[in-house]
Write a new protein. Structure first.
Length: 328
């Protein structure tokens, strides 16, 4: 086996990272315009207990939305709820446990949510891992694939009925997946579409983010075909100063620490486009977008491959034992 098997994914990821930082150096972060209050609306934010997710929850709660933090860390989740309630009098925020690495945990979360009888107007698939060591979940899936993509796919599919029933033609429900510029480095040979012989955490992360974008576009097409008042988009938050980078190797980690406060977006700055996607009136009924810095942008060329989108969709349904069609 060539050493290039390991080196190429690493180089690709760091090159795209440098490009993003170069852009962020010379461009001001997107600022959210004045948004209408969201009283009466309910949202779920995965990974909402810390980092970017916490900033998203905080801003949505500030608009009057009822926000449910979905996280595997109960202590952090409850602390986040307490902090926001203390900061914002009357904020409607609560916590529900979910482990996106466990398909059974996702199913249990959905059952508990549905038993509450709440509507659901916004689902933000934010939780993620990056560059974790090779490993598999109890269900037998690679960790990046399981947490970043597969768990969110299952969560979204199981919550679709509630999202559809909560949406109206003049006020669509919205599904937003937090992607990454890393997806630009992935290609058609990704994930389970071919048998992997050698593991690369850098490639696994990039592949999982491409899977998110492919899923976003295909789900938008499915919902539009069915005539449902639900839109689906992806948001690229840029490079954000969070704990997501904790698994960098020693030298990149040492370089990242002094650079992050200068060039990385803060969680609050990065959350701006996500909140805009969740609540902006001008995005009403608009789906299938890849948003960066508050504007529709082009994702990777391969992400628009409708054949690959359908292949991923069908393979995922087969893995999870779900029907291919939303009409089934």
């Amino acid at each position: 086996m060539s050493i290039l098997t390991y080196i190429i994914p690493v180089l690709k990821l760091y090159i795209i990272g440098v490009k993003v930082l170069w852009y962020q150096l010379f461009h001001r972060p997107f600022t959210v315009p004045a948004l209408p209050k969201q009283h009466g609306k309910v949202s779920i934010v995965t990974g909402g207990a810390r980092g970017l997710g916490y900033a998203i929850v905080r801003q949505l709660a500030g608009l009057g939305m009822h926000v449910i933090i979905a996280s595997h860390d109960e202590q952090q989740g409850l602390a986040a709820v307490k902090s926001i309630r203390e900061e914002q009098s009357g904020a409607h925020v609560d916590f529900e446990f979910v482990d996106l690495a466990s398909l059974s945990s996702v199913r249990q979360f959905v059952r508990r949510f549905q038993n509450r009888g709440l509507p659901l107007h916004v689902l933000i698939n934010n939780a993620a891992v990056m560059l974790v060591p090779e490993g598999k979940t109890d269900d037998g899936f690679e960790l990046h694939f399981a947490i970043n993509y597969l768990g969110h796919y299952l969560l979204t599919r199981f919550l679709l009925d509630t999202l559809v029933n909560s949406g109206k033609d003049e006020a669509c429900s919205r599904i937003i997946s937090i992607s990454s510029s890393a997806h630009y480095t992935a290609n058609k040979d990704f994930l389970f579409l071919r048998k992997k012989q050698h593991y690369s955490a850098h490639k696994a992360y990039a592949d999982s983010k491409l899977a998110q974008v492919l899923f976003t576009y295909h789900l938008q097409q499915e919902l539009q075909f069915c005539g449902h008042a639900v839109t689906v988009s992806a948001v690229d938050p840029g490079m954000v100063d969070t704990d997501l980078y904790r698994n960098l190797s020693t030298l990149p980690r040492l370089a990242q620490r002094p650079i992050a406060p200068l060039l990385f977006r803060s969680p609050a700055q990065a959350a701006a486009t996500v909140v805009y996607a969740a609540a902006a009136p001008e995005l009403e009924g608009v789906g299938g977008c890849y948003l960066y810095e508050g504007k529709p942008s082009f994702s990777s060329a391969v992400s628009y491959d409708e054949k690959l989108q359908a292949q991923l969709w069908n393979n995922t349904c087969s893995l999870l034992g779900l029907p291919d069609s939303l009409l089934a």
